[in-house]
Write a protein that binds this ligand. Structure first.
Ligand code: GLV
Ligand code: GLV
Length: 331
């Protein structure tokens, strides 16, 4: 029997991929940092039964329409805005993501970014290394307090709740906004549900964790930044396009908000000369929310498991478009 063909769009550790080779002909793009060119991905997809994709791969209808064998796309991320889910579903292609395994790690990074932005950690560290530290002074690199302030979390999923848990240790007031109320988080973490407007008006820290959808694109626009406190600090660890970056730039320049900590950008990698990076009150990171060795390994493992389960006609562990499953899986 001819083994099904699997294409992996980035170089991953061979020891994690190896088990898949027993049941499939696996090919990997040979670069760790360079994404696979779109045209090549189109070619590879034509013969693939399964793809293991990165969040930087744009999986559009054009790729899927010439993929007669494709059963599953396993995306190495919890977010799947890079994949046209409607197109996949209508063609019977199962889409898998990597929720849960990355929640704590991403919450750690998000709280770290909040702390770095509030207490100006990266700016202060550069100050010392550049030899600019001439003496002590009362307000030298003074930031903003974190403890006992109000944190407003937009998008109270697993990562949001893990973040709220961390905020309880800092005795913060926890506000949240979500499509649905999270009664357990309210009970266990003392989180208070707010409308979007109330949240952005009341919070000292506004943390964006909501997925990118048609509804959340540019949710943070000029109007939203104007409603925030002048002392507010904006943190984004979900997707860049949830924010109108021109409006954010304007708000930071005009002093409508105090600072921003950004792990994600509309265009990634962001250009080194992007005006946001020229501001001293912006802390920028290269989309590393889930980037611990332990968690990235767990995410890769989950993708491999999901592909293997699909190819053996079992139900994958974490499916985005569950409706599609019935036609494939016996268990
Ligand atoms: C990272 O941004 C993810 O969606 O996992
Ligand atoms: C907004 O935060 C939403 O999840 O609907």
């Amino acid at each position: 029997m001819v083994k099904p063909y699997v294409f992996i769009t980035r170089k991953l550790p061979e020891e994690l991929v190896q088990p898949l080779r027993n049941i499939a002909a696996v090919e990997m793009w040979d670069q760790e940092e360079e994404p696979v060119p779109y045209e090549l991905l189109v070619e590879k997809t034509k013969k693939a039964a399964a793809l293991l994709t990165m969040l930087s791969d744009k999986m559009d209808e054009n790729i899927m329409k010439e993929a007669p064998h494709l059963k599953v796309i396993a995306n190495l991320a919890v977010g799947y805005d890079n994949i046209d889910i409607g197109a996949a579903t209508s063609r019977g292609i199962v889409v898998c993501n990597t929720p849960d395994v990355l929640s704590d790690t991403t919450a750690d990074l998000t709280f770290g970014l909040l702390m770095a932005t509030a207490r100006r950690l990266t700016e202060a560290a550069e100050y010392v290394k550049k030899g600019e530290w001439q003496g002590w002074s009362p307000y030298l690199l003074a930031g903003r307090d974190i403890h006992h302030k109000a944190i407003g979390i937009i998008g109270m999923g697993n990562i949001g709740r893990a973040l709220a848990k961390r905020a309880t240790g800092f005795e913060m007031e926890i506000l949240y906004h979500n499509r649905s109320r999270q009664l357990e988080a309210e009970k266990e973490l003392g989180a208070t549900y707010c409308s979007f407007d109330e949240l952005i008006t009341r919070s000292d820290y506004i943390v964006c964790l909501t997925p990118l959808t048609n509804e959340t694109k540019h949710l943070f626009n000029a109007e939203a930044f104007k409603k925030m406190k002048k002392s507010a600090i904006f943190i984004n660890a979900s997707r860049g396009a949830v924010v109108d970056e021109d409006a954010l730039l304007q708000a930071l320049k005009e002093g409508e908000i105090a600072a921003a900590g950004l792990d994600v950008f509309t265009k990634e990698p962001i250009d080194q000369h992007h005006p946001l990076l020229g501001l001293s009150n912006v802390v920028a990171l290269p989309h590393i929310g889930s980037a611990s060795i332990e968690t990235r390994t767990a995410m890769i493992q989950l993708c491999i498991d999901n592909i293997q389960l699909m190819l053996e006609s079992h139900k994958p562990k974490t499916v985005v478009n569950k409706d599609v499953l019935a036609q494939y899986c016996s268990s």
